[in-house]
Write a protein that binds this ligand. Structure first.
Ligand SMILES: NC(=O)c1ccc[n+]([C@@H]2O[C@H](COP(=O)([O-])OP(=O)(O)OC[C@H]3O[C@@H](n4cnc5c(N)ncnc54)[C@H](O)[C@@H]3O)[C@@H](O)[C@H]2O)c1
Length: 350
């Protein structure tokens, strides 16, 4: 298959791209490499996939030295004309849109970034699908769409009309926009509601990364809602496995020509572990992996955040045979091993 992966210098996009390349798909990766967090991490991921920093240039393809089936281009989702150009030339089978302004808390600080990338940018992706007969658009949604819903576990059949952050509102909007475009223009769209993804090459703004960073510096970590939080932490390899299963089917790529109903064309799935973990247990796991007892600062709940997430993954399981298998112990250790290696941390003193 020929696949456009947007956000391919990002955490999930990098891992997905690598998986697809290794099994032989042709991938064009696209990312604007913005500085929401340390760009060195983004260039580091690209370099792991054979794209050197020096070769990256705006709207010009770099070819991977490691994977002949990989080219990467630095471009912004807001550039509709350029997106249309590459879609017309490349004739992708699938677009996997992972590029977005991520992060719940930052949406209280810089809301415009969310509108630009997640609303305007997503509309541009939909327009490209419409114009170029893309058979399947797979895109990142988020567990945050469940907002104030307190029915557990979160099921795709639950109402998601009470988001509590602009980030969540943009992700919910993506689901509605995708449904509309599937209905009007007859192409397949699948939204994936990811649940707290973690693992090697993860995001510095997320708990595992920022806690590790602070603990190793001997700084206290902030524990919100006094630790009364539960998260459905999902290891990156399980997320990639889920995305690939959705890219591969069971939806036939011929669906586009068969004028099926809009309901079968547009769908949304939870991809989580299906096993929420108490925040304090998560921190204990991290402490034991690092061999350090950290200094904890108990804090009130943050605006925009929810106390608990828990994915009902039955739909992914039954439709795509999705079976997450990585335990928190294995996942946290894999992250710490990567972190120590990446930041060249030889030994950790108590
Ligand atoms: N990581 C999680 O736990 C999680 C949970 C729920 C949903 N998601 C969603 O999954 C997707 C991937 O998340 P991630 O954790 O890999 O985040 P990430 O920030 O590491 O990756 C996103 C990438 O998109 C790029 N990007 C942002 N705006 C762009 C634009 N306008 N044009 C081109 N590129 C742009 C960024 O430079 C970045 O490299 C995002 O849509 C995110 O909202 C992630």
């Amino acid at each position: 298959m020929k696949i456009l992966v947007t956000g391919s210098a990002g955490f999930i996009g990098f891992h997905l791209t690598k998986y697809l390349l290794e099994r032989g798909d042709i991938v064009v990766g696209l990312d604007n490499i913005n500085d929401y967090y340390d760009v060195n991490l983004k260039y580091g991921r690209l370099s792991e996939a054979g794209i050197t920093r020096e070769s990256v240039s705006l709207k010009k393809y770099s070819i991977s030295s490691k994977y002949p089936n990989y080219s990467f281009v630095q471009a912004d989702l807001s550039d509709l004309q350029y997106l249309k150009e590459i879609c017309e030339i490349e004739k992708f089978d699938v677009i996997c849109n992972l590029a977005a302004q991520a992060g719940v808390r930052y949406s209280l600080i810089n809301p415009q970034a969310y509108i630009d990338s997640n609303i305007q940018g997503f509309l541009n992706i939909l327009e490209c699908c419409r114009d170029n007969q893309i058979k399947h658009l797979v895109y990142a949604s988020s567990s945050s769409v469940y907002g104030l819903n307190d029915e557990m576990p979160f099921s795709e059949s639950h109402k998601t009309d009470r988001p509590i952050s602009l980030y969540a509102a943009t992700k919910k909007s993506n689901e509605l926009m995708a449904h509309t475009y599937s209905h009007l223009f007859n192409f397949q769209t699948t939204g994936l509601r990811f649940f707290t993804v973690y693992g090697p090459w993860g995001r510095p703004d997320m708990a595992l990364f920022s806690f590790t960073d602070r603990i190793l510096k001997g700084l206290p970590i902030s524990i919100y809602n006094n630790g009364e939080m539960r998260r459905d932490f999902t290891y990156i390899d399980d997320i990639v496995d889920g995305i690939v299963k959705v890219i591969d089917g069971p939806i036939s790529l011929g669906t586009f020509d068969k004028t099926p109903s809009s309901e079968s064309l547009s769908s949304v799935y939870n991809i989580g572990r299906g096993m929420p973990v108490n925040l304090m247990d998560f921190i204990s796991e991290l402490e034991s992996c690092l061999g350090i007892n950290c200094i904890k600062e108990l804090m009130p709940m943050q605006d925009g955040d929810v106390a608990q997430t828990w994915a009902d993954i039955e739909n992914m399981r039954s439709r795509f045979n999705y079976n997450p298998k990585y335990s928190l112990q294995i996942g946290v250790k894999a992250f710490i091993d990567w972190y120590k290696n990446y930041y060249n941390i030889q030994s950790i003193a108590q």
